[in-house]
Design a protein around this ligand. Structure first.
Ligand SMILES: NC(=O)c1ccc[n+]([C@@H]2O[C@H](COP(=O)([O-])OP(=O)(O)OC[C@H]3O[C@@H](n4cnc5c(N)ncnc54)[C@H](OP(=O)(O)O)[C@@H]3O)[C@@H](O)[C@H]2O)c1
Length: 304
């Protein structure tokens, strides 16, 4: 099969190119998916570069096939892989964990059925492939970690990113008032996604944003609990997406505060994938991806 892969993890993006690799075979409890579309997240590049704690949660794969999110059609079912059949259209994501040996920027990917959901016919593979990491992070962060309820007010720091664009839209779907930050050039786009108020993070400090907020979703991982606790309401949660030292100190400080400080490690939950797909289909959530990248164009200097 063709795959966009580095010789090994940790070598960085320049080491990745389209390579011919042996076709993987579905083992017990696995299915093999012929990938129709895959998407790339900022976090995937961190794994490739072995940054931001990636070395603690990923196996040292060699070769390392890039990517975690995908949509496609099942073309092999391993023994004991219940519930899915050859020819089923599915989408989902591979866990960010050392047990993951496949990558999604490949013609074939191996997956545990629990990481997948059935793709509705009306949902394109391109849209389905964007949902996994970013969509699940948004939904699980708002619902499970920040425990947001309709009518509350959330701050989305980094509302213009892969995760942030989902957070803004999912928050609106959940009935929240949304204040979001982004760079000046992207403020209009974030407003168009539904944000009620937008601020340029370069000219407005986090502590000066118009709270009080019932939840702070740091989708940019550029703040700390300490700098924003003054704009949180009593009982509010602060969520970050990287397990940093600042998370640990924030958690300790919050013990003596009326707030809770949270970290989310996104997980594949079939019902969450189905929920997000339904919201995309009804038009409440618009994936913000660029499309049309093909294997042949993945590394132009290798293909001239
Ligand atoms: N723990 C988990 O399960 C999990 C899951 C997914 C992602 N993540 C992590 O979450 C982070 C975001 O991922 P992503 O895919 O959304 O990345 P992304 O697409 O690169 O988005 C980054 C966001 O940060 C904003 N930003 C950049 N510099 C900033 C600054 N100085 N202050 C405030 N905002 C700033 C960007 O705004 P502009 O583009 O407008 O400049 C953009 O909105 C990454 O660190 C990723 O590794 C963790």
């Amino acid at each position: 099969m063709k795959a966009f892969a580095a010789e090994q993890v940790g070598l960085g993006l320049d080491s990745a190119r389209v390579r011919e690799l042996p076709d993987p075979t579905a083992g017990a409890g696995q299915v093999r998916v012929r990938v129709a579309a895959a998407s790339l997240n900022a976090a995937d590049l961190k794994v490739l570069e072995w940054r931001d704690g990636a070395s603690f949660i990923h196996g040292k794969a060699s070769p390392y096939v890039v990517g975690y999110d995908f949509s496609g059609v099942i073309d092999q079912v391993g023994s004991g892989a219940a519930g899915l059949r050859m020819g089923d259209s599915v989408f989902g994501f591979l866990p960010y964990a050392s047990k993951t040996k496949s990558g999604s920027l490949a013609e074939l990917v191996l997956a545990d059925p629990s990481w997948l959901a059935s793709k509705p016919d009306a949902l394109s593979h391109e849209h389905a492939a964007t949902i996994g990491t970013a969509g699940l992070t948004a939904l699980q962060g708002l619902r499970d970690k920040l425990r947001m309820r309709a009518g509350q007010k959330v701050l989305v720091h980094g509302g213009s990113g892969g995760v942030g664009t989902f957070v803004v839209q999912v928050a609106k779907k959940l009935g929240l008032t949304v204040v979001a930050t982004a760079s000046a050039a992207k403020l209009d786009a974030v407003r168009a996604l539904g944000a009620d108020h937008v601020f340029d993070y370069r000219t407005t400090a986090v502590a000066a944003l118009p709270g009080p907020f019932d939840g702070f979703f740091d989708a940019a991982v550029k703040s700390s609990y300490s700098e924003c606790k003054g704009i949180l309401s009593s009982g509010a949660g602060y969520l970050t997406l990287l397990p940093t030292l600042s998370l640990v100190t924030g958690k300790l400080r919050s013990l003596l505060s009326p707030h809770h400080v949270e970290f989310l490690g996104v997980t594949a939950v079939r019902s969450d994938l189905e929920q997000l797909a339904a919201w995309v289909l009804e038009g409440a959530v618009h994936p913000q991806q660029g499309t049309g990248f093909r294997f042949e164009n993945a590394h132009p200097q290798e293909n001239q």
